[in-house]
Design a protein around this ligand. Sequence first.
Ligand SMILES: Cc1cc2nc3c(=O)[nH]c(=O)nc-3n(C[C@H](O)[C@H](O)[C@H](O)COP(=O)(O)O)c2cc1C
Ligand SMILES: Nc1ncnc2c1ncn2[C@@H]1O[C@H](COP(=O)(O)OP(=O)(O)OP(=O)(O)O)[C@@H](O)[C@H]1O
Length: 326
Amino acid sequence: MKLLTPATQTPLAASVVTIGTFDGVHLGHRNLLEHAKRRGDALGIPSVAITFNPHPATIVRGGTAPALINSFEERLALFEELGVDYCYLVEFDLARSQELASDFVKGTLVGDLGAKVVIVGPDFRFGSKRAGNVDLLQEMAGDCGFVVESDLLVKLVGEIAASVGKVLPELQDEGEVVVSSTLIRRLISLGSVELAHRLLGRDFYIVGLVTSGDGRGGSELGYPTANVSYQDNRVLPVDGVYAGWVQYQQSRYMAAVSVGTRPTYYPKEGNRLIEAFLLDFDGDLYGREIQVGFTHFLRPQKTFSNSKELVDQIELDVEDVKVKQR
Ligand SMILES: Cc1cc2nc3c(=O)[nH]c(=O)nc-3n(C[C@H](O)[C@H](O)[C@H](O)COP(=O)(O)O)c2cc1C
Ligand SMILES: Nc1ncnc2c1ncn2[C@@H]1O[C@H](COP(=O)(O)OP(=O)(O)OP(=O)(O)O)[C@@H](O)[C@H]1O
């Protein structure tokens, strides 16, 4: 996949484009991206994912942007996995937020990318004051030489919708859930990583560098942990202990993952850490990049009266991880 920006690119003569922030690259997004790829291949022209960074809400809504499911780098890696030919990055700023929707269509879709097919969800909004929508795209399509496809909404029904309704009671009577980044952020922040998986089509994960902690885990407790760094604007699962995995280079290890402030040692205020104990691993990970995946919530964080009690519990957690990953 090639990364294009308005500043660096040579215009494309023809393409199939899909547009969005695509935080999480969830099942709804995948449907659009895979469709764009298939349409492009069939027409013999490249597929392009137009995306925005930072998240438009950071500019439009000031300090109230949502915590994100993915870093920008993770989003790109997920596009790449889906086989999209180009990612066209709109570096979102005040000027971009004031651009008229029709100017975005003429300048970016037609001028820069030569769009022949534009694929978006039915509720997609763009341009100044979010005035651009599917109707506007349809109106401009004939003159601009593209067709619009917007009938690919992904909803989940049945058992998954019922399970989401149990976690988020206001959705209980809906009978269906539309997959969205907003919904997945809520599920993750409540610790419902199993349900987040169902809507993402993959495990929720965080990629980061391993940083040092207090050095207590390996020496005193016998459970060394890789503390993974993360950006402040990330959505994190609620404090607790999770079954999961760590991908390091080409290998994947089962892991017991702790999210929390280590209340046993910092009863008042501790930094919020994501720490993974890798099963069947012996080595030095400091400064290395790892990917930490979350598969199941096991239990909340607890304040133990001493290290021995904590170690006894971690032993049980590790057994639980093995059962869950069987
Ligand atoms: C599986 C697992 C479960 C954990 N559960 C708790 C917990 O319930 N309460 C707590 O205070 N710390 C918990 N921790 C975090 C430990 O306190 C922390 O790993 C240890 O103090 C080492 O910290 P360090 O990496 O800064 O040396 C857990 C860690 C792991 C790996
Ligand atoms: N469930 C879905 N099915 C199909 N397309 C979707 C779905 N959800 C979003 N889209 C489309 O994917 C593109 C990217 O959308 P966007 O990044 O706004 O995702 P979102 O999940 O709706 O996010 P948010 O919840 O933050 O509004 C848009 O074209 C949007 O209409």
